[in-house]
Unconditional design. Sequence first.
Length: 259
Amino acid sequence: MTALKLLLPTLCIVHTATASNTEIGIRKDVLDMSDDEKAAFLEGLYKMKSTPSKYNSSFSSYDYYAWVHRYALENSHIGANGHQRWNFLPWHRGFAYLFEQELQEISNDASIRLPYWDLSNAASTNAALFDESFLGGAGDANRSHMLSNTTRLNCKDWPIDFRLIDGTHMENVSCLARSFGLFRESLPPEDEWEKVLYAGFDYDVEPYNDWIAAEQNLTQNMVVSFRARIEGLGGLICNVSGNTECKSLHNAIHAYIGG
């Protein structure tokens, strides 16, 4: 078993309870999903996209989760949880669990699971990123890298709530955009993950918050913890120290996908 596969249960909650909590469900590598499982998962996402959120009915169920994650990212410096602090991993674990529960609830199907993606397996990467019949597809460079009409998450079928973006794309529509390799040439290789897994870092170190560390000029504290290395250190550490690893691991995945 590779080091990366050992990491996946930590990041992706591979084992989780069903909505009724009567049995244990197992998440699958996207590569191992059947056609029926993929179809049910996509149908569930479409239902979330068209169902008002139980937390804020001005958003769809799906878009509310997108708003929560964006708020947590953009406001981490004022206390919003989820990024650049000790709770990066447990926050996302809970976030994914709640999303999965609501997906099961709206679909009326407790068997639906969030899939995971094994970056150490080229076939799994291809199934996750490039399969246009599921969640994949490259953006069109001639149309602001918006997903093409051949994908299941194209502009018509998967419009983006304008409140979730800073502006619009071409043709006054908002669509998912992906630009593989534009900001980073490749995904982080397995040995980059192994260096973190086997380095013996503490999970996190004082002050357990990158923003406070920057304010106190404790930049070294921002690069020696397991959490910071997995998260990818982020733009904050780049700005204060010029660190060259700012797009590593988790953040490198965002940079490679470009969307």
